[in-house]
Ligand binder design. Sequence first.
Ligand code: TXA
Ligand code: MG
Length: 323
Amino acid sequence: MVHVIATDETDAWKSEALTALGGGACVAIPTETVYGLAADATNGIAIARIFEMKGRPRFNPLICHVADIAMAQGIGEMNATAMRLAGRFWPGPLTLVVPVRPDSKISELVTAGLSTIGLRCPGGSSRRLIAAFGRPLAAPSANRSGRISPTTAAHVAQEFAGTDLVILDAGPCEVGIESTILKVEDDRLVLLRPGAITAQEIEAASGLAVESATGGAIQAPGMMASHYAPDASVVLNATRCPPGAGLLAFGDGRGRWRDDAAIMRNLSAGGDLREAAANLYRMLKEIDAARPALIAVEPIPGAGLGAAINDRLNRAAAPREPA
Ligand code: TXA
Ligand code: MG
C-alpha cells in the first residue's frame, strides 16, 4: 500500500523515509518543480527499482539530487561556471549536467553509462532529507514513463496505487514543471530542457551565451518527442474549441469561444505565466479525467517561463510513440 506522510515539524516523516531509503526502497519526494521517485544513488539495486516502478527505458539517465554544493563536488566536476550557477540558483529548479567524477560512487544505472551527470539541489524538506541521509538521491519525476509529471502527493498515490511506497507530502509544487537542464562544458552552456530558470537568467549570472539544444538530436536522452502525454490528443494554439472537447485556457478569454468546451480549466485568468506553470499538469490531468477525445489549448506567450510551458505542451501534443 502507498503510505502518504506529511513533512511536518515532527521528524516522524524523516525517520520513516530514511529507513526506507537505507533499505534500498524508493521514496516519493516533494520538490519545488514536481514530485520525484527517489532512491539511494549509490545503490544499484535501489536504482533498478526506480526503473522498474516507472517502466522507464533503461537508457534514460536520472538526475542526482544533492543537499549542497559540497555534495555535488564529490560527484561531478564542478568548474568555475558550474560553481557560479549553483551558487546563484541552488537550492532551486536548475539541473547542471557536468562530467561525472571517476571516484563518485554513483551507480552506473544513474548515468546510463554516460560520462556526464545531472546534478540538482532541491529546496525544502527534500533537501533536509538528503542532508540527513548523507548521500545523493537519484530521482526522476514520480510518474509512470511517458505520463504527466505529478505536482501533488495525491497524483503520486494515483500513479503508484497498489504498490508499497512511502510518499512524502509537502503540498502542491510551487513551480509545477520540471527543472531547467543546462549542460556545462568548458566554456559552453547548452540548454537541454527549458524550465523556470530561463536562458536569460543563466546568461546574466554566467556572462556566457546559452545555446539551445531543444529540437535537435537527443542530447538529453529523455527528451523524447512524445512525453508528458495525457490520454486525449492535444491541439495547440486553439482559438476555438470543437464542441465536446476539453479546453485548457489562458488569459481572460476576450474574443474567444469557450462555451463549447465539455470541460474547461484556465491556467491563469490574469495571464500570469508562473501561475500557469504551477497549474499546468494538474489541470491537464483534471481535463483528461473527464475523458474528452481532444484537449484544445489556447495560445500561451513564449517569453520567459512561457518557453518551458510551450516545450511541455509541444511534447503533450506530439504524435505518440508506439507503446
Ligand atoms: O525537476 C526535475 O528535474 C524533476 C525533479 C524530480 O527533480 N526530475 C525530472 O527527472 O524531471 P526526469 O528523470 O523525469 O528527467 C530528467 C531528464 C531526462 O530527460 C534525462 O534524460 C536528463 O534529465 N538527463 C539526466 N542526466 C543527464 C545527462 N547526464 N545528460 C543529459 N541529460 C540528462
Ligand atoms: Mg519525467
